[in-house]
Structures are given as C-alpha cells and as structure tokens.
Design a protein around this ligand. Structure first.
Ligand SMILES: [Zn+2]
Length: 342
C-alpha cells in the first residue's frame, strides 16, 4: 500500500542542465575528477528541482547516463558499439538510434551502474527524503542489441540479460534502496502483438530476488525518445496477463492519451497500486494545479486514494527543464488540492 493517499512520484529521468549536455559531447576534454564533480553537480540540480516541487519520492534524474560509455551498454561485456545511425537526417526520432553488435557472451561483471547512482543520490539528497532507483528491465534493454548466431532473437538476448538485471536489483537492495522501478516500456509497446504471458514470466523471474523486500513498481509507457511515442498506445492488450506482474505498483501513461481507458486502472487496482501519468511530458502546455486536481478526481472514480499515486507520463528527460520544473510543482499542488477534498 501507498504510504499516504495520492503519493506524488516521478518515473526516473530529468532533463540535463544545458551545460551538462554540452559537456557530455566533449567528455574527452575532462579529467575523471572533473567528470565526477560535474555529475555530482547535475544530480544536485535535479534533486533541488524535485525537492523544491515538493515531491514525495525523488530520483537522481538519471543525470549520469550521459553517453554510451556511461549508459548501461557501456557496462555490458560482449557488445561492440554500433556508431552508425541508420538515419542521420530528418525529424528526430527513435529510428535514428544505432544498435549495438553482440561479439561474445553477454555479461556485466561490474553491474549496470545503478547501485553507484543510488549511492550518489543517497549522499547528496536531504536526510529523510524518500528515494527511488530505476532499472531497465531485460526486454527493454535488449531492444538496442542486434541478434546473432549465439543469440538468435530478441527473446534470447533478453534471457541473457535477465540475470544481469536480477543481480543489479539484489545489489540495490543490499545498498539500502527500498523503492525500485523496473522500466519495461518495450513490454507495453509490444503487448498488442507479442505473447504477454511470456512478458510476465520474464518480468517475474527478473524481480524474483527482491519481491516483498522493497517497494517494487514498473513503468509501462508507449515510448518517449525525442518526445515521440513508438507503441500502439492501448492498455487493453496488456490485460489480463499484466495483472500477474509481481509489483506493488504499476505506472501507466494517461495524460498524453487524454485518459483513454482510464477505467482499466480499476482492473490493476484489484491486484496492485496504480501510479497514473497526469502530466503530459510531450506537451508544453503547463498543466495547472486545478487541471491536475480534476485529473485526480477522474482517477478516483476507479481507484481509492490510498492506492493512487500520480506522476508524469514518463521520465522528463525529453522535456525542457523550465517546463519540467513548472509541471512538477503544479503536479504537487494539484495533489494537495485533491487531498484537501478527501
Ligand atoms: Zn516512459
């Protein structure tokens, strides 16, 4: 159960400050100590914006996932960076991202870096602030790796990544993390055309070591790279199988879909808490506190306030920081209005 009614949370990512984005393109011009300092400063900025907004749960804003070498793929052995983007020009979208080649046995001898991120967040966040870590699930993580003769398809790559993610979750728990989100947007994007029972099996085997030992949630959206969706944006195909996901909370994208299928949160609520996306991360319309309160009222037709959390639709990394900051502040104000009416 939620710690209190209408908990205000974030998914994980937060926009990079402009200077960090610029610096991330020129990391070779910085020493290790410079980069460590830069990352601390960026995380401090992300913490500041989230704490100022008044959120119940904050993250490190994923400020360290700067480039290939500092992203999850940089931690994996058995892959070779594919630098070629398949499409260099035209509108920015997910099809411009290159895929990485598999060159050997997939492993991550030093983990995926999330434990390090969490320890940094713990060190820099105000005492007593509730913290969360986000880890990509193995199916989502497999999306940018190209099958080969050893790993013939995406599911084979997923199986190889499953123990890697499972170990990261275990290590996060050991580091004192008590709230973890597994990002599996690829599962929600492909639910309409793939075996959802298989997805649930993969998911539950991944989280098995930490089930019941921390608050566990999953983020299911329809894509947000460069602010664009990539999925068939319907929740119905996920049901009923996804009700068997071993999580305390499921997060669904609603604001950008104008609350289509909002009634389906009642299905999820039979088995788990639901975090509803009430902030559209793709729109520069800034939701007012009253907008948020009215969206919460819509949710409360289908779920009790004790089981409801609210969040943006996705991470905020693709939304300009000035807008992200205002949206989070108004989300918290909207929750306060809704709570005062309970
Ligand atoms: Zn997302």
């Amino acid at each position: 159960m939620n710690s209190h009614p209408i908990r205000t949370i974030v998914i994980g990512s937060y926009p990079f400050p402009a200077w960090l984005e610029h610096a991330s393109l020129h990391l070779d011009q910085f020493g290790k100590a410079d980069i460590d300092e830069m990352i601390d400063d960026a995380v401090i900025a992300a913490i500041h914006d989230q704490v100022t907004a008044g959120l119940d749960v904050i993250t490190d804003g994923e400020q360290t996932r700067l480039d290939f070498n500092l992203s999850f793929y940089g931690y994996l052995q058995g892959i070779e960076r594919e630098s070629e983007s398949p499409r260099l020009w035209g509108p920015p979208a997910h099809d411009q991202r290159g895929k990485h080649k598999l060159t050997g046995i997939l492993s991550a001898p030093n983990g995926l870096g999330v434990v390090e991120e969490f320890n940094r967040l713990k060190r820099l966040a105000p005492a007593g602030q509730h913290l969360k870590a986000s880890v990509p699930g193995p199916f989502t993580l497999s999306g940018r790796l190209l099958p080969n003769s050893q790993y013939p398809d995406r599911l084979a790559i997923t199986e190889a990544l499953l123990p890697v993610v499972r170990k990261e979750l275990d290590d996060l728990l050991a580091a004192g993390c008590n709230e973890i989100t597994i990002d599996e947007p690829s599962m929600s994007c492909y639910a309409y055309k793939m075996d959802t029972g298989k997805f649930v099996d993969i998911f539950n085997r991944t989280v098995e070591p930490v089930v019941g030992k921390c608050r566990l949630s999953t983020h299911l959206c329809f894509g947000n790279y460069k602010g664009h969706p990539v999925g068939y944006r319907r929740i119905a195909p996920m049901l009923p199988d996804f009700l068997d996901l071993k999580v305390d909370e499921v997060h669904v994208e609603m604001a950008n879909r104008e609350f289509a299928e909002i009634e389906l949160i009642a299905e999820f609520a039979r088995r788990m808490d639901v975090a509803v996306g009430v902030i559209d991360v793709k729109s520069y319309y800034i939701e007012t506190p009253e907008d948020v309160a009215s969206r919460i009222e819509t949710c409360l037709k289908y779920i009790s306030p004790d089981q409801l959390a609210i969040a943006p639709d996705c991470g905020l990394s693709q939304t300009a920081r000035w807008a992200a900051r205002k949206k989070l502040a108004n989300m918290v104000k909207g929750a306060q209005i809704a709570r005062s009416k309970l």
